[in-house]
Design a protein. Structure first.
Length: 650
């Protein structure tokens, strides 16, 4: 059996115990009851979690706080400890599943609400299980002398009396008067307990008031002054993650020593990698986390999502199905299984899964949307028909029926008729307006479509989708000046919206005002030097005009670092290297760009033309012909120029 120091280091990352912790842990391991009166932040949980992992049986922790239970169990699972909680937030099916797994030895620590102790199902579990310790958290709740007295805590005593073998009892509270302390010992029936009271004085802490600006700046300065403080480095990394500074977060996480690379840290590192479009690296980190903590559900779900993203369908399915064993009624996971079945070309299985929860109208609507996305309008229609028969069918059904009518049958009249029946008070009304605008536009009614969008902007002034929809429609009509005015007006409402500011600048370019567009883009770059879209625009424009190529390469390299795997940014960087005469590097990058583009449905004739130009310069005539011919198939702006290139290749 591992000693207490090994357990402390392996699961909690500490090298030594705090004041009082070791005394209570040693007492518990000797089989002695304990009462710990320790202030918040003094490490009460370690006092029972460490011995719980060393004792042969299960530890039951009684706690009145549901949110605390969830946080504690999540932290334990992330650290590689099998733990569970049982309270009113779970369904009866979930509770039965948890108790069954506990009876099979899955969990070392189980958190329960005091009311659960009188449940017949829980009592049957306890009678048949090996309970090594019963821990009472917030133990002051048992004392009628305390202001937080909870009658449900008296059930703990009755529970213990019914057990065939009395476990060690440990009780903890943050504060207790002498009367409350004596009451806890008496009511719980603690046998010659080790009682410990620690004060609030912590020798390694001092109190002071400072007024930092950004939190990450403050922590970054601290890390610079204390480079060996790995906990501060981890805190800085998590702050970076929260603020979206994923590159910086990853750098800090990668600097942590191996001893700090707990399942939770590996999970955070994977999140940073995924945000940086590095799914393969993220998947490797999550597999390591699951090797250390097989029941780390958040890591399992994240890995399943990545496997699905990478089209590793069998691996994703296996993970989702395992997750379902923990929560059979989880609609989100069932939705992913429906989507996977469709991707695997098994629509019958997808329909079977989608029909498995007939009482959940929201799930049926979600599954119908998946069928619509995959072009299986027949299955969507059949599934929606089961809802249409119900007298309590939601009004949202009309929206999905409209989508089937248009996408499946191209029946614009029927689609518009169904959309008209959706009331303005319905939560799908904004979607209904957007679909109406799309149908009207695609059927040649551009002005009517724009009127619907204007109506949407008036009713839903905080919904920027209507703004971008208007800009897009006007742009397709080459009404760039008008689209620019829409963007300009929207920026008064959302002055810090970088996407809107980018659209305004880009529309200047489309309107033939490149100098003004570059000026606006440079302003955006000064405001945010890591805006990948702006970096790409400026860098590509410089490369296209064959000027200031060193700066173009620098800007585009940074854009690709911020958004790796983005085809058009790789193309921009390839073109800059081509203009600089580095054909080898240009060829490497354009091939990668085309590879990423080929995986999507959007094919860009300019990128294929670049592929041909770079291949020709690199001495690869066959590849040049392939690129130019593919560009012509996609109807480029200047087909005669490409035909001339093909003629000269002969």
């Amino acid at each position: 059996m591992a000693d207490k120091y090994t357990v402390l280091k392996k699961y909690f990352g500490y090298d030594s115990f705090r004041e009082g912790q070791e005394l209570l842990i040693d007492s518990i391991l000797r089989g002695q009851d304990v009462l710990g009166i320790m202030p918040t932040g003094a490490g009460k949980s370690v006092c029972y979690q460490v011995p719980a992992l060393m004792l042969p049986g299960i530890t039951v922790v009684v706690s009145p706080l549901i949110s605390l239970m969830k946080d504690q169990v999540q932290a334990l699972n992330q650290a590689g400890v099998h733990a569970a909680y049982i309270n009113s937030s779970l369904s009866e099916g979930q509770i039965s599943k948890a108790l069954y797994l506990a009876s099979q030895g899955r969990y070392k620590i189980i958190y329960v609400a005091p009311e659960r102790l009188e449940s017949g199902e829980f009592m049957r579990f306890a009678l048949g299980a090996h309970l090594s310790m019963l821990t009472v958290d917030e133990a002051h709740c048992i004392s009628q002398w305390g202001q937080d007295f909870r009658p449900s805590y008296l059930k703990i005593v009755q529970f213990v009396r019914q057990l065939p073998r009395r476990p060690v009892i440990s009780a903890f509270t943050a504060t207790a008067t002498e009367a409350v302390r004596d009451d806890i010992v008496c009511v719980l029936g603690l046998s010659e307990p080790q009682v410990l009271t620690t004060g609030f004085d912590r020798k390694n802490l001092y109190f002071g008031v400072e007024y930092p600006g950004k939190k990450e700046d403050y922590v970054r300065d601290y890390v610079k002054k204390h480079p060996h403080d790995v906990q501060a480095r981890l805190d800085l990394a998590l702050l970076y993650l929260k603020t979206g500074a994923n590159s910086e977060a990853l750098k800090e996480l990668e600097r942590l020593p191996e001893s700090m690379r707990t399942p939770a840290v590996l999970y955070y590192e994977a999140q940073a990698c995924r945000s940086l479009n590095r799914p393969d690296q993220a998947a490797r980190l999550l597999r390591r986390a699951l090797q250390k903590s097989p029941d780390f559900l958040e890591a399992m779900l994240e890995l399943a999502s990545i496997e699905e993203q990478l089209n590793h369908h069998a691996a994703a399915r296996k993970l989702y199905e395992k997750l379902m064993t923990f929560d059979e009624g989880n609609q989100d996971i069932l939705t992913r299984l429906v989507a996977l079945s469709l991707k695997e070309g098994n629509p019958d299985r997808a329909f079977e899964l989608a029909s498995s929860m007939p009482d959940s109208m929201s799930f049926i609507l979600t599954a119908s949307a998946l069928f619509l996305d995959e072009g299986r309008f027949d299955l969507a229609e059949n599934l929606l028909a089961t809802l249409a028969e119900r007298p309590d069918a939601p009004e949202e059904l009309l929206f999905y029926q409209a989508a089937v009518a248009y996408e499946g049958h191209r029946d614009a009249v029927r689609t518009l008729e169904l959309l008209e029946r959706i009331s303005p008070s319905n939560r799908y009304y904004d979607r209904a307006l957007k679909l109406r605008a799309q149908v009207l536009y695609e059927n040649g009614n551009v002005d009517q479509a724009l009127d619907v969008i204007r109506k949407g902007r008036e009713i839903f002034p905080s919904d920027k989708d209507f703004v971008f929809f208007a800009i897009d429609l006007l742009g397709r009509q080459k009404r760039y000046e008008e689209a620019g005015r829409v963007a300009e007006k929207a920026l008064h409402d959302w002055p810090s919206d970088a996407d809107l500011a980018f659209q305004r600048a880009f529309l200047k370019d489309m309107a033939g005002k490149r100098d003004e567009a570059m000026r606006l883009m440079e302003e955006l770059l000064r405001a945010n030097s890591d805006n990948a879209a702006v970096l790409n625009y400026i860098g590509y424009t410089l490369a296209e005009e064959n000027r200031d190529l060193p700066r173009a390469l620098k800007l585009l390299t940074r854009a690709v670092e911020l958004s790796p795997g983005t085809d058009y940014m790789l193309d921009s960087l390839a073109w800059a290297y081509y203009q600089a005469g580095d054909y080898s590097k240009a060829w490497e990058l354009i091939r990668e760009a085309v590879k990423h583009m080929s995986a999507s449905t959007n094919q860009d004739p300019t990128m294929w033309e670049h592929y041909g130009d770079i291949a020709r310069a690199y001495g690869r005539s066959d590849n040049a012909r392939q690129g130019w011919e593919r560009a012509l198939e996609l109807r480029p702006k200047e087909p005669d120029v490409i035909r001339k290139k093909l003629e000269n290749l002969q």
